[in-house]
Ligand binder design. Structure first.
Ligand code: F6P
Length: 473
C-alpha cells in the first residue's frame, strides 16, 4: 500500500474532527463538542499520526491540513448524509437505543442504508491514510461498521475500536433490525474497548446470542471468511481526562480571578450548585431541575442563599427529541425562576452556550456542589474535570449511579436520579457537608482521577493493540 500520497503509521478515525468548521470569518474553526474530542485531542497533539473525521458542516470539501500539532484528514458529508447518517441512524436510532431507550429509537431503512454508505466512506479514507501494517484506532457508535469494512480493504492493518457510550443489555440491543451486521462490523477490530465492564459483557452476550461465536472472559473467537479463526479482545478501558491540564488551569491567577468575579456577579450566594451537560435527554437535566425547584418550593432551600448554574451546551439541534427537550428544560427554568426569584437573586442561571476550558474551570472552582444526574452515560468526563479542578480539596460531587464514572468515583455522593425525594435529600446533604468530610471525600476522588489519566487510558488500549499485533506474527 506504499502508493498512498501521505500515509501514517498511526491513524485515528472518528465521526468528528477535533475542530468544527463555522460560518464566522473571524473564527472559522471551533473546538468540537463532546467527551471524545476532550479525551483524544491531548493524546493526538503528542502523537505523530493522522486524524480522519468530518469537519462538522455539510458539504465542506477540504484537503488534509495541520492544526495545533495534529494532521487532520477531512471526510465530506453531504446535507443528506448529515440528515440520514448523523441525525438519523447515529442520533435517532443508535443513541437512544444504546442509552436504554430513554427516548424511543426510530428504525428507518433509509437511515441504515446511509449509515452503511457513510461508514464505507470513512473506511476508505482511513485505508488511504494508513501506511503498510499501520495501527488504526476507530472511535464510537457512528462508525461501528468501519472495523470490518477496513479489515476487508486492508488486512495488513491492526485495528482497534473504542465505544464511548454504553452498550445496552441484550434485551434492548436485540430490537435493532440490523443487530447482526453491527456486531460483525465491530468484530472486524482486533481490540474492542468499552467504558465499563458491564458494557463489555453486554456486548459479549449479544455476540453469543446473535452470532453463536464462542466467548471466554474477554476473548471472542471470530471465524474467518476463508476458513480458520482469530481472537478478538472485548474489554473495559475506562476513559479519563488530561488531569495536569485542569490542575494547571485551576492554579492560574486569571482563572481564579474569573471564579471570584462569577461568584460576585451571582450576588455572592452562600452556596453555588453547578450542572454542565450537552443539552441531551440522557443527562437527567429535567430530574435535577425538578429536585432543585421542589427544594425551593418546600422552603428547604432559599433563593437568597443558593444558586444553580446550569450550562447546557447546544447539541444535535435538528433532531426532534432534542428540540423537545430544549423546550421542556427552558419551560422548567422559566417557571422556577419566575416563581422564586427576587430582584437581587436568581434561582437558576441557565446558559444555553458552550464555553472555553478556562471558563469551565472557573465555574468548577465556583461550584460548592457539582450535580451529575445522568439517566445513562458512557463515562461523564465532567465529573472527572470537576474533581481534577478542585485543588483546594473542597466541593462535593453528586454523581448518578448510571454514569460510567460511578464505577470509579466511589467517594462521590451516589444518587438514583429517578428517585426525586432521595435526590433532594442528597442535594441538601451535599450543601450542608462539613469541610472535613468534603476534604476526606475529595482527596479520595482526586487520588483516583490522578491515578488514571487519559494517558493511562490510551497507553492501556494501545498496549492491548500491540499485543494483538504480536499475536499475529
Ligand atoms: O462520546 C459521545 C459523543 O457522541 C461523541 O461521539 C460525540 O462527538 C460527542 O458525544 C458530541 O456529540 P455530537 O458529535 O453529535 O455533537
Amino acid at each position: 500500500m506504499t502508493d498512498h500520497a501521505a500515509v501514517s503509521d498511526f491513524v485515528v478515525v472518528s465521526n468528528r474532527l477535533p475542530v468544527d468548521r463555522t460560518d464566522d470569518p473571524e473564527e472559522p474553526w471551533r473546538r468540537s463538542p463532546g467527551g471524545l474530542v476532550t479525551a483524544l485531542a491531548p493524546f493526538m497533539r503528542r502523537t505523530d499520526g493522522a486524524w480522519v473525521g468530518w469537519p462538522g458542516q455539510a458539504g465542506v470539501e477540504l484537503d488534509p491540513f495541520e492544526t495545533d500539532g495534529m494532521q487532520l484528514v477531512p471526510v465530506t458529508l453531504s446535507a443528506e448524509d448529515v440528515e440520514l447518517y448523523y441525525e438519523g441512524f447515529s442520533n435517532d436510532t443508535i443513541w437512544p437505543l444504546y442509552h436504554d431507550v430513554i427516548s424511543p429509537p426510530r428504525y428507518r431503512r433509509e437511515w441504515w442504508q446511509a449509515y452503511v454508505r457513510v461508514n464505507r466512506r470513512f473506511a476508505e479514507a482511513a485505508a488511504a491514510a494508513a501506511a503498510d501494517g499501520a495501527t488504526v484506532w476507530v472511535h464510537d457508535y457512528q462508525l461501528q461498521l468501519v472495523p470490518k469494512l477496513l479489515r476487508e480493504l486492508r488486512p495488513d492493518l491492526v485495528i482497534g475500536y473504542f465505544h464511548h457510550i454504553p452498550f445496552p443489555a441484550y434485551g434492548l440491543y436485540s430490537q435493532l433490525p440490523w443487530r447482526r451486521q453491527v456486531l460483525e462490523g465491530l468484530l472486524g477490530a482486533d481490540v474492542i474497548g468499552f467504558q465499563r465492564v458491564a458494557d463489555a459483557s453486554n456486548f459479549a452476550r449479544s455476540v453469543r446470542r446473535q452470532l453463536r461465536y464462542d466467548t471466554k472472559a474477554t476473548g471472542i473467537t471470530v471465524p474467518q471468511p476463508g476458513g480458520g479463526e482469530r481472537l478478538a479482545l472485548a474489554k473495559a478501558f475506562p476513559i479519563s481526562i488530561d488531569v495536569d491540564d485542569y490542575v494547571q488551569l485551576a492554579h492560574s491567577p486569571a482563572v481564579r480571578a474569573r471564579a471570584a468575579e462569577i461568584r460576585e456577579s451571582l450576588g455572592n450566594p452562600k452556596k453555588v450548585l453547578l450542572g454542565v451537560d450537552r443539552l441531551d435527554y440522557t443527562k437527567g437535566i429535567g430530574h435535577r431541575l425538578k429536585a432543585f425547584g421542589e427544594l425551593l418550593d418546600d422552603g428547604r432551600l432559599d433563593v437568597e442563599d443558593v444558586t444553580l448554574i446550569q450550562v447546557a451546551s447546544p447539541s444535535r439541534e435538528r433532531v426532534d427529541a432534542y428540540m423537545q427537550l430544549r423546550d421542556e428544560v427552558e419551560l422548567a427554568v422559566g417557571r422556577i425562576n419566575g416563581s422564586v426569584d427576587t430582584v437581587g437573586h436568581t434561582a437558576i442561571r441557565y446558559l444555553h452556550q458552550s464555553f472555553p476550558r478556562e471558563e469551565m474551570v472557573a465555574l468548577y472552582l465556583v461550584a460548592d456542589v457539582m450535580l451529575v444526574t445522568a439517566l445513562r452515560d458512557g463515562m461523564n468526563l465532567v465529573a472527572k474535570e470537576y474533581v481534577a479542578s478542585r485543588i483546594d480539596n473542597r466541593g462535593v460531587l453528586v454523581l448518578s449511579e448510571f454514569a460510567g464514572a460511578a464505577d470509579e468515583l466511589g467517594s462521590a455522593i451516589r444518587i438514583n436520579p429517578h428517585d426525586i425525594d432521595a435526590l433532594k435529600d442528597e442535594i441538601v446533604r451535599a450543601i450542608e457537608m462539613t469541610p472535613a468530610e468534603q476534604g476526606r471525600r475529595m482527596r479520595a476522588l482526586r487520588r483516583r482521577v490522578s491515578d488514571h489519566t487519559v494517558d493511562d487510558w490510551s497507553r492501556d488500549f494501545l498496549a492491548a493493540l500491540d499485543a494483538a499485533r504480536q499475536a499475529r506474527s
